[in-house]
Design a protein around this ligand. Sequence first.
Ligand code: ZN
Ligand code: ZN
Length: 166
Amino acid sequence: MTTTSRRYEPGDLIYESKPYIRVIQRDLWETSCSWCLKQDVELKRCSRCKMVRYCGVTCQKAAWKDHKLECPFLPRYTAGPDHFFVQMLASLILKTKVMTPLKNFQLKRKPWFSNYLKVTEIALKSYLGEENVPNEETLLQLIGKVECNYYSFGEGKSNIWALSIG
Ligand SMILES: [Zn+2]
Ligand SMILES: [Zn+2]
């Protein structure tokens, strides 16, 4: 927790940090820089996946640390109904393969959840391939972490540009 004796006005920047994971709305891949979200500028495609675009080398380099994990899979990505969430889970799965896993917590399953879990698992398998999707228990842990921690960026509920964690 952070405490301060300074007085802040609405709109003041108090704290800034890079999210652990951020995914960009599929509709924006063509028209925005996938790092700084700039639009109405000349964009160059990632030469490997040919799915996301950047406004320049600086943004492409900054994004590569995270993008290199999902880059090989993106051509297989299809935007289903829960695509935002699936993409975020996929990024988390790929990232926790190279990072220390986050601490697990106690989960209580609700009956409606098993259907949701099945749908999510199918979407993830078609995107990342079966070999990259963790077992059900781990997947449940990851879903819990995403559900509890994500925040959105955009204009209201209907026009979300990006989802982030951390
Ligand atoms: Zn940019
Ligand atoms: Zn790429």
